[in-house]
Structures are given as C-alpha cells and as structure tokens.
Write a protein that binds this ligand. Sequence first.
Ligand SMILES: NC(=O)c1ccc[n+]([C@@H]2O[C@H](COP(=O)([O-])OP(=O)(O)OC[C@H]3O[C@@H](n4cnc5c(N)ncnc54)[C@H](OP(=O)(O)O)[C@@H]3O)[C@@H](O)[C@H]2O)c1
Length: 267
Amino acid sequence: MAFCNTYGPWALVTGASSGLGEHYSRQLAALGLNLIVVARREERLRTLADELQQACGIRVLVLVVDLLHPHAVKMILDGIGRRDVGLVVSNAGFGSSGPFLEQDPAMLTRMVRLNCELPIKLLHAFAPHLIERGCGGIIQLASTAAFQCTPWMAVYGATKVFDLHLAEALMVELGPHGIDVLAVCPGHTETEFHEVAGIAKAAIGGAAKPEDVVRQSLRQLGKRLTYVHGRSNRLMIRSNRLVPRAVSAWAAGRILGKRLASQDDKS
Ligand SMILES: NC(=O)c1ccc[n+]([C@@H]2O[C@H](COP(=O)([O-])OP(=O)(O)OC[C@H]3O[C@@H](n4cnc5c(N)ncnc54)[C@H](OP(=O)(O)O)[C@@H]3O)[C@@H](O)[C@H]2O)c1
C-alpha cells in the first residue's frame, strides 16, 4: 500500500511489449498500480493489458506509439489526459553490435534518439507533475555497459553512460522535491535485446531473468541512486575502478570481441 501511495495511482512504462518493460508492468500491476503501457507492437500490449486487468483488478491504458516519432511525448501526454502519473519507467531502448564502421550511422543515430533524446523529453515532460504532487518516482534503464567503454557496441555503451549520468544527476536535483530517481543497470538479461542487437544467445550465457532484475530494482527505488543487478556485475564494476581506463577498455574489447567472434564462427 505504501508503494501505491507514493508512486500511484498510475505508472507509465515505455517499452512494455517485451523484456524488462513487460515485467515492470506485471510487477507494478501486482502492487496495485494502474498502468499506461507504451510500445509499437499493439497486439502484445493489448494481450498484456487484458491479462493484468483481469488478474490484478487494475486499469491499463494502451498507447501504441513509435517513440522515435518527433511528437511521441506529446502523443503520450495527449493519451494520458488528466491521469495522475506517479511513476515513470523510462525503459524503451535498443542496442546493436559489430564494428563501428560497419554499422549504419542512421540506425546508430536512431539508437541515440531512443536511448538518450527520448528520456530527456519524457522526464522533462513528467517531472513537473511529480514535483507538484510532492512525491513519485522515475526509473531510468541504464546498463552495466555504462561503467566502461564497450568496443563493438560502442554507441550503445555511450548511450547508457548518458542514461546513468542523467538519472543520477536528476536524483540530486529532484530528490529534494520528494521524487525518487533510480538508475537501473542490468547486465545481460534474458529479453529480446540480444536478438535486436544481433547477439546470439549462445554468445552471452549466464543471463539474468528479467523478473529478478525488476523485483530487485523496485526494492531499491527510494533507497539508492543506482542499482546494479548481480554480484558478479557489481564486483566487475568495483575492480574496473582499480585499473587504468586503458586497461579496462582493452579488457572489455577482448571479452566482447571474443564473444562476437565465437558467434560468427558458429553461424
Ligand atoms: N537485456 C539486457 O541484457 C539489458 C541489459 C542492460 C540494459 N538493458 C536495457 O533495458 C531496456 C529494455 O530492454 P530489454 O532488454 O527489455 O529489451 P527488449 O525485450 O528488446 O525490449 C525493448 C522494448 O523497447 C520497445 N521499443 C523499442 N523501440 C521502440 C520504439 N521506436 N518505439 C516504442 N517502443 C520501442 C520495444 O517495443 P516495440 O518493439 O513493441 O516497439 C520493447 O518493448 C533498454 O533500455 C536496454 O538498453 C537491457
């Protein structure tokens, strides 16, 4: 009930049609929050909405929006109307893999727009309402990729540094207004992310379950600035701090390069 009072009655989840966004929707619905679910795949959103409305007795507003549309945030605001949004889960995002020079710069630019420009516009649009309420929350999906450079996923890693720094800075700015901002940093997680990014499942191994990432991160909202999922990821980040940046860049390049090369060999 306390969660609902602080972050309800409505939560907005971008990228709710699969992966982490779907699980944020499921777990927030189980906590009693009404949902506004946003993505492009309408059928998936409607199936999820029907299921959660029946199972949890909550209301779900489905907004089919391509978040790369220049007026995406206005379309969301228009769809929401006067609903009182207390929690924004800025989750939609995608990645890509491969040598920088072999990737389409137009696609990389779309990635920057979805992963970086959209959170700016979304949080800028919703934060004033949260401030007016005097309580609420923002969850921004970043990644463990934000803690060192990611050769062969160069642009993706850079977008996640942006997300991490944006969320951490906003916690400092918005915290005094009663708003809890949490940067969530999963490592490899079993979602559709890798398929979209062109990374074979076999190349990752030991991926976390999205429901675990979501459950643990929701527990950290209001308690921490940043949540890194998984002990080994936290350990890796700590050890990275102890070595020169050149060494951590080289190590990241070796690990990612090996994984991608092994998937190419198998294909
Ligand atoms: N999985 C991982 O290993 C991992 C690790 C660290 C961080 N993350 C971060 O977690 C977040 C969620 O990713 P995920 O792992 O859950 O991947 P996912 O299963 O591929 O989900 C991505 C979501 O984003 C939505 N989306 C993508 N482009 C969109 C667009 N143009 N307009 C509207 N919605 C769009 C997709 O919906 P539609 O296709 O239906 O539009 C989908 O719901 C991302 O920010 C990602 O960077 C993931």
